[in-house]
Ligand binder design. Structure first.
Ligand SMILES: [Zn+2]
Length: 274
């Protein structure tokens, strides 16, 4: 968490408010979130740079700067990106990890209570390397049943683990992998490479549908997730199997089961998912 729908919700909210605006100065309170960049280089690069575009790649929010650098934020469990048009309260300031002062006085704050998230800064070349390591975006047209089946050919890993592997398809984590497999009627422990080609049609459709449905609801609220305005998402109410162990399957009524796959809790219906 957050996964694709939550980060996409944040990015869609931030983009119109930040694109074209210049960062007057930046402040970093803690360095343990940094990847691939030192504090002095981060602050030096941000200062005076203009945010040209705010996009999402996999589960990361990406700020493309006029210098060609990308500031990449992965909020993980407890992080969020918030724009303030006022000074921070003392409580807000306590968890503000990175604060960028926009030249109109607003603040773009990456806050992270437990600092499980990460902040990267890469140049054009670093961005190319970063994005080429990630799989296709599931909501883009290039993600087809054929493409996905090819990527999973010969894979012995459980299908659920393969869906969560960012190199095979980007942006899907534990919640939506569970939900997509339920909708597709595929058992989460089935070896990815042994799934019949024809079943990739409902699988890809289900991955898309579950992400799009969640996006419509503004993402799922678990723990500390909030969008760019600090609002929680509402998709949690629509989850059909996630964290519903023992509850009746919404399709057949038999009790939903829970197993650990690759150290992650896995929820499924043993009757509907084969
Ligand atoms: Zn069932």
């Amino acid at each position: 968490m957050p996964e694709l729908p939550e980060v996409e919700t944040i990015v869609r909210d931030l983009a119109p408010r930040l694109e074209g605006y210049r960062i007057a100065r930046a402040r970093l309170a803690k360095t343990d979130v940094l990847r691939r960049v030192s504090k002095p280089r981060l602050l030096r690069t941000l200062k005076g740079n203009t945010i040209e575009e705010v996009i999402r790649r996999a589960k990361h929010a990406v700020f493309r700067l006029s210098s060609g650098h990308r500031l990449i934020v992965q909020p993980r469990m407890t992080g969020s990106l918030v724009v303030y048009d006022r000074a921070l309260t003392r409580d807000e300031a306590k968890y503000a990890v990175l604060t960028c002062t926009i030249d109109d006085g607003r603040l773009l704050v990456y806050r992270d209570v437990r600092r499980l998230g990460t902040v990267w800064l890469v140049d054009e070349k670093g961005w190319g390397a970063y994005t080429s390591r990630l799989g296709p975006e599931p909501l883009e047209e290039t993600f087809t049943p054929f493409v996905f089946a090819e990527r999973l050919k010969g894979t012995r890993a459980a299908i659920k683990k393969a869906i969560m592997d960012q190199r095979r398809v980007a942006g899907v984590g534990n919640i939506y992998a569970n939900e997509a497999l339920f909708r597709a009627g595929i058992h989460p422990l089935r070896a990815a490479g042994r799934i019949a080609r024809a079943r990739f049609v409902p699988l890809v459709e289900s991955i898309r549908a579950v992400l799009e449905d969640a996006l419509e609801e503004g993402g799922t609220t678990l723990r500390n997730y909030v969008d760019g305005d600090g609002n929680p998402g509402y998709f949690r109410l629509s989850l059909r199997v996630y964290e519903r162990t023992g509850e009746p399957c919404p399709r057949c009524g038999s009790p939903l089961r829970e197993r650990v796959v690759g150290q992650r809790a896995t929820y499924f219906c043993a009757r509907c998912q084969r």
